[in-house]
Design a protein around this ligand. Structure first.
Ligand SMILES: [Fe+2]
Ligand SMILES: [Fe+2]
Length: 242
């Protein structure tokens, strides 16, 4: 069942729990002059995500579709969304656009943003952050909504289980638990630990986000700078073994 929660003014978390994976898949809808959907979810989720979006705005009016990297849960239903919404344009990194998105899943050419470039949707202003290999994949990027301090952080802060929509309690402990579990099974090496990991997480922490909108698990509301510092420590411990 899909659950809708407003996690910041006019920013909605659309969440579907998939029991087989013990995992929530969250999309974020920004209700603004130019509506933005961050993550489409997989193709199979398209009907339920569309129905959820329809309770908040006319789905055909979606103008921007953002995502972090090229995976089914990030942009698998981009084609379906672009067939439904005639002005919907994907926004992603140049690497994502050139290497995968335009060829495989986009009905219209994606708009590549440069690191630090801003996308204004009306009352909201998103800063595009190129974050190679954070959380994973060469083409990875994130969006930071500057007026409310909301970081759309993709797989960072991933928590398993059918958890509450948002929390101000610790989510890094749950992230660590997931990472340790994944390391012992078929999902091992979920996230790489590279020379870019720590500087990238420090850069995100310096934004001092108030809301961390993760794709899997509860949105965290609170001291995002501290949470990102804790997350960096956990990733180092579990993934780099130090
Ligand atoms: Fe991912
Ligand atoms: Fe994901």
């Amino acid at each position: 069942m899909t659950q809708i929660t407003e996690i910041a003014p006019d920013i909605y978390r659309i969440s579907t729990f998939i029991p087989e994976g013990n995992l929530q898949f969250n999309q974020f809808l920004v209700r603004d002059e130019q509506p933005l959907l961050f993550h489409t979810g997989m193709k199979g989720l398209f009907p339920v995500v569309q129905d959820a979006v329809a309770t908040l705005l006319v789905p055909a009016t979606i103008r921007w579709i953002g995502f972090s990297h090229f995976e089914a849960d990030e942009c698998g239903a981009l084609t379906e969304w672009q067939m439904l919404a005639p002005s919907a344009t994907a926004v992603c990194s140049l690497v994502a656009k050139l290497v995968s998105v335009d060829d495989v899943v986009a009905r219209r050419p994606a708009q590549a943003l440069a690191d630090g470039e801003r996308l204004c949707t009306g009352k909201y202003r998103f800063r595009f952050l190129q974050t190679p290999h954070v959380p994973h994949c060469w083409e990875a990027s994130l969006l930071f909504e500057e007026t409310q301090g909301t970081l759309l952080c993709s797989d960072l802060f991933h928590q398993n289980g059918d958890v509450e929509p948002s929390t101000s309690a610790d989510v890094v402990g749950r992230f660590k638990q997931m990472l340790v579990e994944y390391q012992q099974g078929p999902f091992a090496h979920y996230m790489p630990y590279t020379a870019y990991t720590e500087p990238t997480l420090k850069r995100l922490a310096a934004l001092k986000p108030r809301t961390l909108a993760t794709m899997h698990g509860s949105t965290f509301v609170g001291d995002g700078e501290r949470a990102l510092a804790d997350l960096a420590q956990v990733m180092k411990e579990v993934l780099a073994g130090s």
